[in-house]
Design a binder for this molecule. Structure first.
Ligand code: PLP
Length: 382
């Protein structure tokens, strides 16, 4: 039988069985609108507040600071635009980085068209932000700093606690896109001085189309959706009850396994990195050790045709991500790999492997074997 090795967990995950089981009643018999006034509705309401509590526990926030959204992109959009428009009287300057997810970058670009000024911080060759450059970039007009917790392509984990401290000291709000971090590595909004934080359920074994924006109590932010005043009028609309229940269960399960998964994946990651770097002319993108997400490996091969490589991986049942994305038919090299100055000729032969709970040692060994042979064969052929 053909192998199927899914190593694209950073793109999305399957829904865990226990998560789906917990969701199903709210798609079937417990379908009441949580805003209704009878007993059946109170069950849905209770389910939402349980999910809120589980999420708050996971990131060490208050329950009242958790707002459910349609996913990570919505949370990022809300955080940045909501803060920008609500604090315009204080200033029009926002600081972010060159390696953010498009949900942050394109939101900032939109704000530029609305008269805001954005500083896009450069990162070093491993994708790390400089605290000194951040300090220098903050001025009297700065209202928000938005820096991702962990990068989805190269796995770089930013010094979030230090960034939060700088922002707090300078009186600037701090948002972090923690979509790749929440449920995978420790996140603590209090210890890390985080004012706003984005999460997405489908990145930690929950359903697609549901996420969270944590908003620190007292933060001045515009309401996102005007309507029937759900979620304290900040984000109106009948709640996605089943999705929210799934998110709550998924984050609870992930937190329970977090420490053992971090250790297990760190070992698999380092084995994969060590063995892939034995292939001649191979470059690791992103840092090593504790500064890297346990699940992430990203490598580039010199003198390898990217297309041939991905055809081989696909034919061998390996589902990984490429370092370039097709947008409108054209192949665009990744802005993240470009920002960390991966040489031009290696951009298209870059592969991201992102591992997860079902990734085994055998799978990693198979990956190493297939890649080692494929790279040699493609190089000999061309
Ligand atoms: C997946 C992802 C998002 C978008 O989340 P959705 O729920 O798919 O909208 C945002 N930021 C990062 C870092 C991501 O990996």
């Amino acid at each position: 039988m053909k192998k199927k090795i899914y190593v694209d967990y950073a793109a999305t995950t399957y829904i865990k069985h226990e998560v789906l089981e917990e969701m199903l009643p709210y798609l079937k018999e417990e379908f009441a609108n949580p805003s209704s006034i009878y007993g059946m509705a109170r069950k849905a309401q209770k389910a939402i507040s349980d999910a809120k509590l589980k999420t708050a526990v996971a990131i060490n926030s208050l329950e009242d600071e958790i707002f459910f959204t349609s996913g990570g992109s919505e949370a990022d959009n809300w955080a940045i635009k909501g803060i920008a428009f609500a604090n315009r009287d204080k200033g029009n300057h926002i600081i972010t980085t060159k390696i953010e997810h498009d949900a942050v970058l394109n939101t900032c670009e939109y704000l530029e068209s609305q008269g805001f000024e954005i500083t896009y911080l450069q990162v070093d060759k491993e994708g790390m932000v400089s605290l000194e450059e951040l300090k220098k970039a903050i001025n009297d007009k700065t209202i928000l700093v938005s820096i991702m917790f962990a990068n989805n392509e190269i796995g770089t984990i930013q010094p979030i606690k230090e960034i939060g401290k700088i922002c707090r000291e300078r009186g600037v709000l701090f948002h972090t896109d923690a979509v790749q971090a929440a449920g995978h590595i420790p996140v603590d909004v209090q210890v890390m001085n985080i004012d706003l934080l984005s999460m997405s359920a489908h990145k930690f074994y929950g359903p697609k189309g549901v996420g969270v924006l944590y908003i620190k109590k007292g933060t001045k932010i515009h309401n996102l959706i005007h309507g029937g005043s759900q979620q304290r009028a900040k984000r109106s609309g009948t709640e996605n009850v089943a999705g929210i229940v799934g998110l709550g269960k998924a984050i609870e399960l992930s937190i329970k396994k977090l420490n053992t998964e971090v250790d297990r994946l760190n070992n698999l990651r380092d084995k994969l990195i060590d063995q892939l770097l034995k292939i001649p002319d191979t470059k690791l993108n992103g840092p090593i050790g504790d500064e890297r997400l346990p699940s992430n490996v990203n490598v580039s091969f010199k003198n390898v045709d990217g297309e041939a490589l991905f055809i081989t991986l696909d034919s061998m049942g390996i589902y990984a991500s490429s370092g370039s994305a097709c947008s409108a038919g054209a192949v665009e090299p990744s802005h993240v790999l470009t920002a960390i100055e991966v040489p031009e000729e290696m951009l298209k032969s870059s592969v991201r492997f992102s591992m997860g709970e079902r990734t085994t040692e055998e799978e990693v060994e198979y990956l190493i074997k297939v890649l080692t042979e494929a790279v040699e064969r493609i190089r000999n052929f061309s």
